[in-house]
Structures are given as C-alpha cells and as structure tokens.
Design a protein around this ligand. Structure first.
Ligand code: PHE
Length: 460
C-alpha cells in the first residue's frame, strides 16, 4: 500500500496550469463553430440570454460538482462513482460519460478535420476574392467529398492520441497556457473588423436584442445542450481533470474562471460572426457551415487578411485539439485505471475504435448519406444526442449524486480545502445542486423532448 502511495499520480503542476487545461477543454469548436451556428438557428438574442442563464445557474455548479467528485476520489469517472458509491448503479453515470465521449469525439474530429482543411486553404491563399456563393459551394463540395475530410479527420485523431499518450502534465498543460490567450486576441481583432463592416449593426441587434417570441421548448433545450457542450460538462471530462488537480487549488475559483473564459470566447465569436453574416447577406440559420463561410469572407476584407486567416485557423485547430485530448483522456483514464491496460494500449484502443465511428460520421455527410434518420445524418444525430440528451442527463445525475448522496462534510471539505479556504458560497451551491439545477434540467429536458407542451412545440 505504502508503495502505491509513494508513487505520485500524474497531476497539473501549477494553478495556472489547471485553469489552462480545463479552459483548454472548454474552449474549442463548441465556442467558435457550434455556438454561432446554434445561436443563429435558434433566434440569436433570446438564445444567448437563456444560454447565459444556464451557464451561471447550472453550468458552474455542475462543473464544480465534477471537480469535487474528481479531486476527492483521484479517479476516472467510472472509478470515482465506484469509490464513492460501491455496489450501486451510480457507476453507470461514468459509463454514460464514456459513451458520450465516443459520440462527441467522432463528430468533433470531423469538424476538426474541416479546420485543418481551412488552415491549408488559408496557407494557399484560397479565400481571396471569392464571394459568399462560391465559398459556400466550395465548403459543401469539400464536406461531402468523403476522402479528403476523412484524411484530415484521421490526421487530427493521430495528433490527439499522441498528446494523450504522452500524459497529462507534459501533454496538455504546456500548450494551452500560451495559446488560449492568443486565440482571444485574434478573435477580438476579427470582432473589430466585423463590427466595422457596412451593415454590421443588424448583426449586433440579432445577437444582443432578444426577441422573446422566438423562445420555444426546442430553443431552451438547445441552449441547455450548448451550455453543457461548451463547458465540457456532463460526461466526466472535468471529473477526470478534477482528479489531477492538486489539493491546494481553489475549486470554486477554478470553476468560475473557466466558465467565464469560455463564455467570453463564445460571445466574442458571436460578435465576430453575426455582424459579418448580416453584412454579407448570409442567412444566420445557415447551419454547421456558418463559420467556414463567414470567416473567410471577413479575412478577405481585412488588411493582412492572409496572415490573420493563417493564424486564426492554426489557433482554432489547436483549440480543438485541447478539447479532443480532454475527451479522449476520459476513455483512456477509464481503460488504464479500471481495466488496467497500459496507457499506450489504452490510447491505441480508444483512439482506433472511436476513429471507426468517426469515419462513419464523416462519410454520412456525403457518400454514406444513407446513414440518416429523417433529415438528420449520423453526424447530426450524434451531435444532437450527445449535446442535448447525454450531457444534460449526465449533469443531472452528477448534481443529484453530489447533492443527495455525498456526505455534506466531504463536499464542504473539498470546497474549503479542509478548512483552509472560507468557501462562503457553499450553502448557495448546495441549494443549487440539490434543488434548482436538478429541477431545471429535468424540466427543460422533458419539455424539450416534447413530453410537456408548455411553450409551444418541443420537437427537436
Ligand atoms: N467544450 C468543448 C468545446 O467547446 C467540447 C467538449 C465537450 C469537450 C464535452 C469535452 C467534453 O469545444
């Protein structure tokens, strides 16, 4: 026993490292690709308001709960529940997260592959002088092409597996510390260009002026799903990262800083995208291609656009990478700790099986469009099910678990680092995770799925 205790478990080395790694997980395509397109499809301002409410009232507490579970057990999501509630059904929550990791990574690497293609196009100066029609036709041709997106996707998966294989401290922490702030700077520059385009103000109104008549069960569920997806919560990513957080870190502060950084980047991405969307006459509900059509248009209108496009797509790829490694890490931590596979074997096994589902996902965009149900292809289905069903369900189970099944003293000891911090927020937190968050998640969830019909249709 003593021997095991003497071998220190891999952990983050510094305060800023923890925040950088968790923020690296949270900040990614969810903010820059998914947030604008989902907000665009769901009415803009009203969506943003509800999204923001969910981040503050539900997202931050769920994130904190994951940190509490992770750090107190020093374990992967399945092992953590096994430790805290042996011989119960709770470890299934961990398995739900692992399944979500499979689903998310398979479509996320498709989009990460698109980002690499756009990095390549930026390098070739491939956007110069093109109009919206050409850019959207080219995006569609590429997306449905099969082989090309597949190659990029797998290159991306190899990068992800390589970093996860190298381990948490050397792999994840090092890159994020410098690169995330740089991404912030570039998005601000893009935002400035976007809001100074002629006709831009309409886009700002679309984003910031809520039209309450647009709120439906679907909009509310999409906002909940997006808030979970963007914060990387509800599937154990932050249980896993929480397990690498040192005992001296302030969990409450970490959850707040990560959520604030994530939300800031999403809103800035909205400020960069929507004014340009209106200025160039693109439909805000254009869907998953929105960013890949709008941004090249902005670069084309910028002094130094070639240079900015290159840096932007490079940073976006890296932001995606710091997210994919956090998802893969969940599966690898499970396989290596619970099934006792070595880290190398675990990484290979996880990455290769996920890559298979990933292939089907990418191909469902075009050559294998037969893989669809109704208007949704496999890619869309995995995206909808993971963000809007699995993550909220996982989040619900996580808050119920911490709120009702973990000993109060243990939670408070984690929040206050055994009395070293005051953690004055602990009763508010406890109230939220016991009552407010579970009721709200269950309500939105059931309602959005159409089981209730209170505010209009709940169809997905
Ligand atoms: N939060 C990440 C993003 O916004 C995606 C993600 C979801 C990562 C769930 C981990 C878990 O890009």
């Amino acid at each position: 026993m003593a021997l095991i205790e003497n071998v220190p478990r891999d952990s983050f080395s510094s305060r800023i490292g923890v925040i950088a790694a968790a923020a690296g997980s949270a900040i990614g395509l969810g903010n820059i690709w998914r947030f604008p397109y989902v907000a665009g499809e769901n009415g803009g301002g009203a969506f943003l308001l509800i999204y923001f409410g969910f981040i503050v009232l539900i997202g931050v507490p769920v994130m904190l709960s994951e940190f509490v579970i992770g750090r107190s057990t020093q374990s992967n999501p399945v092992g953590a529940f096994k430790r805290l509630a042996p011989k119960s059904f709770w470890p299934l929550t961990g398995f739900l997260g692992i399944s979500a990791a499979f689903f998310i990574l398979s479509f996320y690497t498709t989009v990460s592959g698109w980002t690499l293609e756009y990095l390549f196009l930026a390098f070739k100066d491939g956007f110069a002088g093109k109009d919206v029609t050409t850019l959207s036709a080219e995006f569609d041709a590429f997306r449905t092409n099969g082989l090309r997106p597949l190659i990029w996707q797998n290159i991306f998966m190899v990068f992800t597996a390589f970093i996860v294989f190298k381990g948490i401290k050397n792999g994840i922490e090092k890159y994020t510390k410098i690169l995330m702030p740089l991404l912030l700077v570039i998005i601000i520059i893009l935002g400035i260009r976007s809001v100074t385009l002629p006709g831009a103000s309409e886009g700002l109104l679309f984003l910031f002026n809520p039209d309450f008549s647009k709120i439906t069960g679907k909009v509310i569920l999409e906002a909940l799903g997006q808030s979970f997806f963007s914060l990387s919560i509800g599937m154990g990513t932050l249980i896993t990262y929480g397990s690498y957080i040192g005992k001296k870190e302030n969990l409450g502060k970490t959850a707040l800083s990560v959520s604030a950084a994530d939300t800031l980047i999403a809103i800035l991405a909205g400020v960069a995208i929507f004014p340009a969307v209106f200025a160039f006459g693109i439909a805000p509900e254009a869907g998953a291609g929105l960013v890949f059509i709008t941004l090249p248009m902005i670069f084309d209108q910028m002094a130094g656009g070639y240079f900015f496009a290159l840096i932007f797509f490079l940073l976006l790829s890296i932001a995606a990478l710091t997210s994919t490694i956090s998802v893969l890490e969940v599966v690898v931590a499970y396989l290596s700790e619970e099934l006792k596979l070595g880290r190398k074997k675990a990484t290979l096994l996880a990455a290769s099986t996920i890559a298979l589902l990933g292939v089907a996902c990418t191909m469902s965009q075009g050559p294998w469009s037969i893989l669809s149900i109704g208007k949704y292809n496999l890619f869309d289905l995995l995206e909808l099910i993971s963000a809007n069903v699995m993550l909220p369900l996982g989040g619900l189970l996580i808050v119920l678990f911490v709120g009702w099944f973990m000993a109060k003293d243990k939670i408070f000891a984690e929040l206050a680092n055994n009395g070293k911090l005051s953690a004055g927020f602990r009763y508010v937190y406890l109230f939220i995770i016991r009552f407010l968050a579970p009721v709200a998640i269950a309500f939105v969830f059931l309602h959005g799925l159409g089981i209730f019909g209170f505010f209009g249709s709940g169809d997905l």
